[in-house]
Design a protein around this ligand. Structure first.
Ligand code: SF4
Length: 145
């Protein structure tokens, strides 16, 4: 897998701001694909579960299901401050709580939303580091610009 990463993106309750920036990161200017970073349609083909949004109660289960379907070793990346549990939407009953109470976070990409450059930098940095052992918790950290 060294040299490429397959990314499965899941919107777990986003305002779509993070999705706009993630989409921009795949455009010809930032071109994630040139680094071997490809968004795939199934968690069964993914190395990285890339999660955006505050985690709604309805999405907690599907996130666990997607994670369980991924081949090991697997990486969970939280993209944006909502996924990082910054509580931008408060503590509504519809929210399941911080992502890290549901899945281990290996890669953190902060920002509201993070810029396409920050997304590309964090993911390309992840390519160059050893992948975490299963259940070992955070080991990858994004490159700060
Ligand atoms: S981090 Fe900001 S842009 Fe991303 S989903 Fe939350 S509110 Fe929207």
């Amino acid at each position: 897998m060294r040299g490429s990463l397959a990314l499965r993106h899941v919107d777990a309750g986003s305002c779509n701001g993070c999705e706009h920036e993630l989409t921009a990161a795949t455009n010809p200017l930032y071109d994630l694909q040139q680094y071997g970073l490809n968004i795939v349609a199934s968690p069964r083909h993914a190395d990285v579960l890339l999660i955006t949004g505050a985690i709604t109660t309805r999405m907690a289960g599907p996130l666990r299901t997607a994670y369980a379907a991924m081949p090991e070793p697997r990486v969970v990346a939280a993209l944006g401050d909502c996924a990082l549990g910054c509580n931008l939407l408060g503590t509504q009953a519809e929210l399941a709580g911080p992502l890290e109470t549901i899945l281990p976070i290996d890669l953190r990409i902060p920002g509201c939303p993070p810029t396409p450059a920050a997304i590309a930098a964090a993911l390309t940095a992840a390519l160059q580091r050893p992948r975490p052992a299963e259940g070992s918790g955070p080991q990858l950290s994004p490159r700060r610009n």
